[in-house]
Design a binder for this molecule. Structure first.
Ligand code: ADP
Ligand code: ASP
Ligand code: MG
Length: 428
């Protein structure tokens, strides 16, 4: 039960559709050092010289964000959320300012903005803020003056004027929100050639998908395909922004993400196999089997902002049952005290946590009308000797929780089983 909340992005007041405008987003690896930043500058200048109005959104260089988070945890076991945002938002400021300098040296006008200066207005939930509005007047003015505009990704300003960040991978959301508000095209430049049928790092012969629907991409992103942040796909779908995911290091055509109807996907039984090792499993043992208990447990977790994913409750034995669910490992510190207190209150037998799990998912719009897809997936796992601990499904996804140590083999086995469908789709 991944919660896919709709993120509102009201257009700028009296949105002026801007023909020939392109938002070009570059991820961390693509701006990993100053040489790479200069190449990005060159690419932006080329786009400008071809006549486009160019808005760039750059992530922080390389592992900068990881390093800043590490520093925060070195100083504090629970970094204050406001200060965490003040800190981690600086990474993007560095890369965008450096790139603007490199553009100046190529003889072009450029200006870098923080999220706040660019008018990315968010709600106030630090570390996972949602964009509520884009006030792009300043960007329009700079574009009208012929400048290349660089916007620091991953950040915004809350309605209370605090600096916020959008959650890991949030530069994708910045780029898509800007493309929707400015009425431009959106190109996502990254360190792979597009969206693949599995993470190419685990499955080297995974196939690049020429096209994928918003729905499929949303499921793939929500179940671990890091290449796009799930919330950015929600924004793109809501506002009909076509996305092109492609390599920052070449000119090859990448993957187009758009409406299913526009993509001709009759052969789209399977779009990919994803995996996620960021979640932990929690089990409340010996929960009394009576109305209202599940409501109490999950309400308390929801109120603390804990994002619950899969839930299973076993058949009760002598009036008590075990309740198992998964949650982000990063939410464990918030969830543990709540669960301990609740367990005592409802006279459960305690709570056990298991961080060594992984989730593997199979996604595809065509599984709605193709019986046997789940059976094939379970067989592939069984033949690889992999035990399934939890199963959950949506109309276009099947997910299994397994041991984390087996995730690589699991992805390879399931991908191999569905390779035929993947090839059929890619060659359609
Ligand atoms: P960026 O810094 O450009 O935002 P990310 O690291 O966030 O890049 O995302 C790109 C990475 O996503 C790739 O290097 C790849 O390992 C990973 N990835 C996981 N699943 C997929 C998939 N199905 N297709 C493409 N890449 C994937
Ligand atoms: N720098 C941020 C992160 O590493 C945002 C992004 O790269 O999209 O999560
Ligand atoms: Mg990313």
């Amino acid at each position: 039960m991944t919660v896919l909340e709709f993120e509102p992005v009201p257009a700028v007041a009296d949105t002026v559709r801007t023909p020939g405008l392109v938002v070009m987003k570059f991820g961390g690896t693509s701006v990993g050092d100053t040489e790479k930043l200069k190449r990005v500058a060159r690419r932006l200048v080329d786009a400008r010289e071809s006549g486009a109005k160019v808005v760039a959104v750059l992530s922080a260089m390389g592992k900068t964000t990881d390093e800043l988070i590490r520093l925060a945890h070195e100083v504090s076991s629970r970094p204050h959320p406001r200060e965490y945002d003040m800190l981690v938002s600086t990474g993007e400021r560095i890369s965008n300012a450096l790139c603007a300098m490199a553009i100046h040296d190529l003889g072009h006008e450029a200006v870098s903005f923080t999220g706040s200066q660019a008018g990315i207005v968010t709600d106030g939930s630090h570390t996972k803020a949602k964009i509520v509005e884009v006030r792009a007047q300043r960007i329009h003015t700079a574009l009208d003056e012929g400048m290349i505009v660089l916007v620091a990704g991953f950040q915004g300003v809350s309605t209370e004027l605090e600096v916020t960040t959008l959650g890991r991978g949030g530069s994708d959301a910045t780029a898509v929100a800007l493309a929707s508000a400015l009425g431009g095209a959106c190109e996502i430049y990254t360190d792979v050639e597009g969206v693949f049928t599995a993470d190419p790092r685990l499955v080297p012969d995974a196939l690049k998908l020429p096209k994928i629907s918003y729905e499929e991409m949303l499921e793939m992103a929500a179940t671990g395909a890091r290449v796009m942040m799930a919330r950015s796909i929600e924004i793109a779908r809501r506002y009909g922004v076509p996305l092109h995911v492609r390599s920052a290091f070449g000119d090859n055509e990448g993957t187009w993400i758009g409406e299913e109807g526009n993509l001709v996907l009759e052969k789209a039984i399977i779009s990919g196999v994803t995996h996620d090792t960021s979640e932990a499993k929690a089990t409340v043992l010996g929960v009394p089997d009576r109305p209202g208990i599940a409501a109490r447990v999950f309400r308390a977790l929801a109120d603390a902002g804990v994002n619950i994913d899969m839930i299973v409750q076993n058949v009760s034995d002598h009036g008590a049952t075990d309740m198992t669910f998964t949650l982000p490992k990063t939410d464990l510190p918030a969830a543990e005290p709540i669960l301990e207190a609740l367990s005592a209150e409802i006279s459960a037998k305690g709570v056990v946590y298991d961080p060594d799990v992984a989730k593997i998912s199979l996604v595809g719009a065509g599984m709605k009308s193709h019986p046997g897809v789940a059976a094939d997936m379970f067989e592939a796992l069984a033949e690889a000797g992999i035990n399934i601990e939890i199963i959950s499904t949506s109309s276009i996804r099947i997910s299994c929780v397994i041991r984390a140590t087996e995730v690589e083999r699991a992805v390879q086995a399931v991908h191999e089983r569905f390779r035929f469908f993947a090839e059929e789709r890619v060659n359609a």
